[in-house]
Write a protein that binds this ligand. Structure first.
Ligand code: PDD
Length: 287
């Protein structure tokens, strides 16, 4: 049985209850993080904590814990759940005010802190010989203008992902003003002429931790990687398209809007970079 964390207590999920007055329930007034865990070890913790601090700062909520306290809490939850390959979900909300009021509570209230772990799905890069990647469609990016904050306000993302699933594909690639922003729950890379391209950081995308690691690995291996705006036409003409996220790692997309990307098969550059990613993960497990 899994154990979750709520406001200081490690408890069974069915015992974890929050008030209907919680501001995340009423206003989606909260932020979250998803951290991958390999064989019980937190992956890219410093980077996830930095983004957590960024999200909190930008919704004007003080962090309830120091980085060392967060790390201890994460490790306690991992232990309670027996370790292994997991994704850790952390949500922090502005807490409960006595009345429903858009403005922040006048009298300070405690934030709500919730954490759970889920089994990590087997990532695509476990099979570097695979031929087929995943399928995606392009959809209009209907989200707000602060997608750099990892807000729990995910209704547009949920609608977009569901629209993709309803059309028999796995991910929605979002387009704003003819430019690719990101996936419904991922960042996007393309390969053209053996170079990597990904949209630059901006308020329109989440600064993905996996995205940053791919850029770092490309630099370390002298693979050209350019952060620049990408048009939908550039996406469709790419040799390869990938999506990246903490839970999917680097996943090759071989079909967009029913059309093959490149030759419609998983590309050689993906194989190379996913291999580097796997090797990097090993350094965490065998330092
Ligand atoms: N989502 N962009 C969006 C909109 C996302 O939701 C995510 C990840 C990413 C990739 O970020 P990272 O590499 O740091 O995971 C980009 C998580 C996994 C989720 O919501 O479950």
């Amino acid at each position: 049985m899994s154990i979750v964390y709520l406001n200081g207590a490690f408890i069974a999920p069915e015992d974890a209850k929050i008030s209907v007055m919680d501001r995340a329930f009423l206003f989606a007034d909260g932020i979250y993080e998803v951290i991958p865990i390999y064989q019980g070890k937190l992956f890219r913790l410093t980077e996830h904590l930095r983004r957590l601090a960024y999200s909190l700062e930008h919704i004007r909520l003080a962090s309830p814990h120091t980085d060392a306290q967060w790390e201890a809490l994460f490790n306690a939850l991992i232990q309670q759940n027996g370790g292994g390959n997991l994704s850790l979900y952390l949500q922090i909300t502005r807490g409960c005010a006595p009345t429903r009021d858009h403005a922040f509570p006048k009298v300070p209230v405690e934030p709500t802190i919730f954490m759970m772990v889920n089994p990590m799905p087997t990532p695509y890069s476990t099979d570097l010989n695979r031929e087929q990647g995943i399928k995606a469609i392009c959809l209009s990016d209907i989200r707000w203008l602060r997608c750099d904050i990892k807000s729990v306000s995910l209704l547009p993302n949920a609608l977009l992902r569901q629209q993709a699933l309803d059309q028999g594909v796995d991910e929605a690639i979002l387009i704003r003003d003819d430019l690719v922003t990101e996936g419904a729950a991922s960042n996007i890379f393309i390969v053209a002429n053996n170079a990597l391209y990904t949209p630059p950081r901006s308020p329109f995308i989440l600064g993905g931790i996996t995205r940053d690691l791919v850029i770092e690995l490309a630099q370390a291996h002298q693979l050209t990687c350019v952060e620049k705006s990408l048009t939908q036409a550039e996406l469709m003409a790419a040799d390869e398209v990938w999506m990246t996220s903490s839970t999917k790692e680097i996943a090759p997309i071989t079909q967009v809007d029913g059309k093959p990307i490149g030759n419609g098969k998983v590309g050689a550059v993906w194989r190379k970079v996913a291999g580097w990613y796997n090797a990097y993960k090993q350094t965490l497990l065998n330092p």
